[in-house]
Design a protein around this ligand. Structure first.
Ligand SMILES: [Zn+2]
Ligand SMILES: [Zn+2]
Length: 391
């Protein structure tokens, strides 16, 4: 059986919800229409709703039986600041905003599971449906944690999933331990002395200094990080100057850092600060580093990882579940929740043909064919984890 029949029965409804959310994308912490829609559906299904957890986030609570066991299921709701290039009927109605990461699909799959579970209640315990705002770099997971998410809605274990373009619909992949990188961003402001472009001896050129810094930063990964650890340091911005004949006073560099442990992240920050400041000093300039660690690495806990893989096998069969999936240098905000409570994060196939368009691309769309698989897996997790005991 490819997905639960009772969930397949409302596949068309889920497709309609998904396309409605896709057409009305909202950026992080602005998900008012989306969270209204989610709250209204949950209440319609008979799920108790608490709004305003992490600003625009919300939590649905569904209880059956009297077991104290609890489980949390999490989806994200925000879109990206991208101008959608698609021409289909459900394309974004808001220029410059787009569901280009499939969070419309994630929200819908969790709503589908809630609808099924509220109707069948074939479990014993409490389910918390966690709808997170602002996954795309604005710290929505942390905002929910700061609002006491797991104190107010205790969860023994939590699960989340993200679509993966390039992986066929009906397939899942996961790995225990580190699966996605931790991420940070940085800004280096180099201050020299402005001068006439024809009289460099009168100034200290921040463009030359900034170039040396960008070059020297490349040695962090090659010379400071242990060869067995994985890290990326990319300078992605370099802004300076406005005129052909003026040596500017300042140059500003920016970029991103990715790695798999907090130790490596702080080693990178330390070396970056020393290199920027001392290279600048060597030229008589000044450099100031602003380093922002945004996401911790996403680390799957062993037992929940095996558990969700077992559940996925029950939904789609052993041939369609890869327990040793790839590591990615992308980051995920849900990692902050996994630091607070044991759990796992699985990838669900978005399609390998047309569905292979990468996330964060203006031509991307969530594949509605994946909806019943994701909803069935969420539902299976609850029924197996909170299994009703005989007698
Ligand atoms: Zn994304
Ligand atoms: Zn995403």
């Amino acid at each position: 059986m490819p997905a639960d029949d009772r969930i397949l029965a409302f596949h068309d409804d889920m497709t309609a919800w998904r396309r409605d959310i896709h057409a009305h994308p909202e950026l992080g912490f602005e998900e008012t229409r989306t969270s209204d829609l989610v709250a209204q559906k949950l209440e319609e299904f008979g799920v108790e709703v608490t709004r305003g957890v992490g600003k625009t986030g919300l939590v649905g609570r569904l209880r059956a039986g009297n077991s104290p066991r609890t489980i949390g299921l999490r989806a994200d709701m925000d879109c990206l600041p991208i101008l959608e290039a698609n021409g289909f009927a459900h394309r974004s109605q808001h220029a410059g905003k787009m569901h280009a990461c499939g969070h419309d699909g994630h929200t819908t799959m969790l709503l589908g599971a809630a609808k099924y579970l509220a109707a069948t209640k074939n479990f014993d315990g409490t389910v918390h449906f966690i709808f997170q705002p602002a996954e795309e770099g604005l710290g929505g997971a942390q905002a929910m944690l700061d609002d006491g998410l797991f104190d107010r809605f205790p969860c023994d274990v939590i699960f989340g999933m993200h679509n993966r373009p390039g992986l066929a619909v009906g397939k899942f992949q996961i790995r225990p331990g580190p699966m996605m990188a931790g991420g940070g961003s940085f800004t280096i402001t180099v201050t020299g002395v402005g001068a006439h472009g024809a009289r460099p001896e009168a100034g200290v050129d921040p463009i030359v200094v900034g170039s040396q810094i960008a070059s020297a930063l490349q040695t962090i990964v090659s010379r400071n990080v242990r060869p067995v650890d994985t890290a990326v340091v990319s300078v992605t911005q370099f802004h300076a100057g406005h005129a052909f004949n003026v040596i500017p006073e300042k140059a500003v560099l920016g970029g991103t850092v990715r790695c798999f442990s907090e130790g490596v992240m702080s080693l990178i920050e330390t070396n970056m600060r020393r290199i920027a400041e001392s290279v600048a000093a060597g030229f008589g300039a000044k450099a100031e580093l602003d380093f922002r660690a945004l996401f911790p690495p996403l680390v799957n806990h062993d037992e929940p990882t095996q558990f969700i893989a077992d559940c996925a096998i029950e939904v789609v069969g052993a041939d369609n579940v890869n327990r040793n999936g790839p590591v990615t240098m992308a980051s995920e905000d849900y990692a902050a929740m996994l630091k607070a409570v044991p759990g796992a994060y699985i990838q669900i196939g978005n399609g390998d043909g047309e569905g292979a368009c990468e996330v964060h691309n203006p031509g991307y769309d969530f594949n509605d064919g994946a909806l019943p698989f994701g909803a069935s897996l969420f539902a299976r997790l609850v029924e197996k984890r909170l299994e009703r005991l005989a007698g």
